[in-house]
Write a protein that binds this ligand. Structure first.
Ligand SMILES: NC(=O)c1ccc[n+]([C@@H]2O[C@H](COP(=O)([O-])OP(=O)(O)OC[C@H]3O[C@@H](n4cnc5c(N)ncnc54)[C@H](O)[C@@H]3O)[C@@H](O)[C@H]2O)c1
Ligand SMILES: O=CCCC(=O)O
Length: 496
C-alpha cells in the first residue's frame, strides 16, 4: 500500500476531520493565542493535523457553555428525547464506522481490525444508554414517623468533565459521555493530546444528531494538560469528574478535586493476572490469551499483565503460545495483512524493554525474545514471551502496558491466589479451568473489580466496568453506570 494512503484526508467523510475544538456549539479553528499543536501518526511520526492549543480562558468558556446549557435546556429535556438523540449518535457512528476506525488507527497506531472493533464497542454505549435513559427509577420508603411519606428521585448531577487516555480514543469517551447525556448531564471532554481526532469526529456526529448546542464540548491542548486538569477539578461549575488513565494522574486529580468535594469516577491502571489451571482447555486458554494480551498490542488496562500457568501444563502451553505469537504480522495499522500495529510512543516501548530485561536478569527464560523493530519505525515492537519469570521481577508488580508476555509457574491454588493478589491494583483478572469449584473459588478470592472466567474478552456496555484498590472506583456501563452520573434526592412529606 502506498504511503499516501496513510493520510487523514483519505477518509471518505471529510466532515469527520475537524480543525479545532467544539465549544458551546461552535467549532474553533484558531485559539486566541494563535498557538497550535501537532497530532502525528505514531507509526511514522508524520503530522496528521495541526490543531489550536486552547488557552485556559477558552476552556473556561466551554465549562460555562456546558453549565448554562445544563440549567437552561438540557436537564429539562425528556428521557425519551435524549434516548432518541443517543440512538441517532449510535447509528451515525456505525454509518461512519470505517472512517472512524481509520482515524483511530492513524492517531493511535492499532490495527484497523482492532480499531473497527473499538468503534463498534464505542457506539454500543450510545445504544445501551439510549435504552436506559427512560428507565430511571426512584424508591418509596416507609419512614419511622407515621405521618411522613418519603420517596427518592434520581437527578442528573450537572456538568461532567471527562478526561481520557489515548489507548481507546473513542470508546473511553463514549463509555462516559453516553451515560452522562442519557441522564441529563452536559459534558466537557478533554482527550489525550496524542489522540484528539476521534474525540473531535465524535463531536461532529453528536452535533449532527441534534443534541442541543453546548451539551457536548471537546477541549484540547498540546501543552497545558496539567493546568487544564487543575481547572476542570477546581471549577465549581463542574459537578463530576470522570477519568480514565494512570493511577499516578488519578491521584493528582483526586487531590485537586478535594477543594470542592467533586464527585469522581476513576478508572485507573491494572495489573491483570491470567491464571490457567492444569485442567483447562489449553488451546482455548492460549487463544483467549492472544486476544486479551495483544488487543492494542498490550496497551489496554484490562490486558493480561502476569500469566500464571500451573506447572504440569507449562511446556505445552508455552510452545503453543510461541507458535501462535510468531505468526503475528506487525506493521502499519492500515497496511494490508497487519495483525498488530505499533506502540503509541517510544516511552512505552522503553518500558516494555525495561520490564523484559529486568525479568531476564532475574532468571526468566526467553521463549521468544521479541524487541524493537527499527526497520519498521521507532514505535514498532515484536512481542516477547518469557517463562519461569521469578516473582521478584518488576513486571510482577507493575503494569507493562505493552507486548510483553511474562509467564510465571504455580503449583497450588493457594500460591496463585497469594501472588495474583500481591499488587496494589485490582481491575481485571482471568481464570481458566473446567472445574466449576475452582472457578467459583477463584472468582471470590481474586481481588479485582472484574473476574473473567474461561474468556479473555469480556468488555461490554451491558456490564459494570471498574476496579478496586488503586485501580480506582466507580462503575461505567450497565445499570450501575447511571449511579455515577446522578444524585439521589430524598423527598420527605410531613404532617400528613
Ligand atoms: N481502568 C480503565 O478503565 C483504564 C482504561 C484505559 C487506560 N487505563 C490506564 O491508563 C494508563 C495509560 O494511559 P495514559 O498513559 O494515557 O495515562 P495518563 O494518566 O498519563 O493520561 C490519561 C489522561 O490524563 C491526562 N493527564 C495527564 N496528566 C494530567 C494532569 N496532571 N492533569 C489532568 N490530566 C492529565 C492525559 O492528557 C490523558 O488525557 C494505564 O495505566 C492504563 O491502565 C485505565
Ligand atoms: O483500556 C481499558 C479499557 C478496555 C475496555 O474497555 O475493554
Amino acid at each position: 500500500m502506498a504511503e499516501t494512503t496513510y493520510l487523514l484526508e483519505n477518509i471518505q467523510n471529510k466532515e469527520l476531520i475537524r480543525r479545532g475544538p467544539f465549544i458551546n456549539g461552535h467549532w474553533l479553528e484558531k485559539s486566541e493565542s494563535g498557538e497550535t499543536f501537532n497530532v502525528t501518526d505514531p507509526a511514522n511520526g508524520k503530522i496528521l493535523n495541526t490543531l489550536p492549543d486552547l488557552s485556559l480562558n477558552e476552556v473556561e468558556q466551554a465549562i460555562k457553555g456546558a453549565h448554562d446549557t445544563f440549567y437552561n435546556t438540557y436537564k429539562n429535556t425528556t428521557p425519551r428525547q435524549r434516548a432518541q438523540w443517543l440512538r441517532t449518535i449510535h447509528d451515525l457512528m456505525l454509518e461512519n464506522a470505517d472512517d472512524l476506525a481509520r482515524i483511530i488507527t492513524l492517531e493511535n497506531g492499532k490495527s484497523l481490525a482492532d480499531a473497527l472493533s473499538e468503534v463498534k464497542y464505542a457506539a454500543s454505549y450510545f445504544l445501551w444508554y439510549s435504552e436506559e435513559a427512560p428507565r430511571q427509577y426512584g424508591a418509596t420508603i416507609q419512614p419511622s414517623i407515621s405521618s411522613n411519606r418519603v420517596f427518592t428521585i434520581r437527578q442528573p448531577i450537572g456538568v461532567c468533565a471527562v478526561i481520557c487516555p489515548w489507548n481507546f480514543p473513542s470508546a473511553m469517551i463514549t463509555r462516559k459521555a453516553a451515560v452522562a447525556l442519557a441522564t441529563g448531564c452536559t459534558v466537557v471532554v478533554k482527550p489525550d493530546h496524542e489522540t484528539p481526532l476521534s474525540a473531535l469526529a465524535l463531536g461532529y456526529l453528536i452535533e449532527k444528531s441534534g443534541v442541543p448546542s453546548g451539551a457536548f464540548n471537546v477541549v484540547i491542548s498540546g501543552t497545558k494538560t496539567a493546568k487544564l486538569g487543575t481547572m476542570l477539578c477546581e471549577s465549581p461549575l463542574i459537578k463530576k469528574l470522570t477519568f480514565t488513565g494512570s493511577t499516578r494522574v488519578g491521584k493528582i486529580l483526586m487531590a485537586q478535586s478535594a477543594s470542592n468535594i467533586k464527585k469522581l469516577s476513576l478508572e485507573l491502571g491494572g495489573n491483570a493476572p491470567f491464571i490457567v489451571f492444569k485442567d483447562a482447555d489449553i488451546e482455548h486458554a492460549v487463544n483467549q490469551l492472544l486476544l486479551c494480551k495483544f488487543r492494542g498490542l498490550g496497551q489496554t488496562c484490562v490486558c493480561a499483565n502476569r500469566i500464571y500457568v500451573q506447572a504440569e501444563i507449562l511446556d505445552q502451553f508455552v510452545s503453543l503460545l510461541k507458535s501462535k505469537v510468531e505468526q503475528f504480522k506487525i506493521g502499519h495499522g492500515l497496511s494490508k495483512g497487519t495483525t498488530h500495529g505499533c506502540l503509541i510512543n517510544t516511552q512505552t516501548l522503553d518500558k516494555v524493554e525495561y520490564h523484559k530485561k529486568d525479568a531476564i536478569e532475574k532468571g526468566a527464560a526467553v521463549v521468544t525474545e521479541g524487541g524493537p523493530l527499527p526497520e519498521l519505525g521507532p514505535t514498532f515492537y515484536k512481542p516477547c514471551i518469557l517463562s519461569n519469570v521469578p516473582y521478584s521481577a518488576v513486571v510482577a508488580k507493575e503494569e507493562t502496558f505493552g507486548p510483553l508476555c511474562p509467564i510465571f509457574t504455580f503449583n497450588s491454588m493457594e500460591e496463585v491466589i497469594r501472588e495474583a493478589n500481591d499488587t496494589e491494583f485490582g481491575l481485571a483478572s482471568y481464570v481458566f479451568s473446567k472445574d466449576i469449584n475452582i472457578i467459583f473459588h477463584m472468582a471470590e478470592a481474586l481481588e479485582a473489580g472484574m473476574v473473567s472466567c474461561n474468556t479473555g474478552i469480556f468488555s461490554d456496555a451491558a456490564i459494570p466496568f471498574g476496579g478496586i484498590k488503586e485501580s480506582g472506583f466507580g462503575r461505567e456501563g450497565s445499570l450501575y453506570g447511571i449511579e455515577d452520573y446522578t444524585v439521589v434526592k430524598t423527598v420527605n412529606i410531613g404532617n400528613l
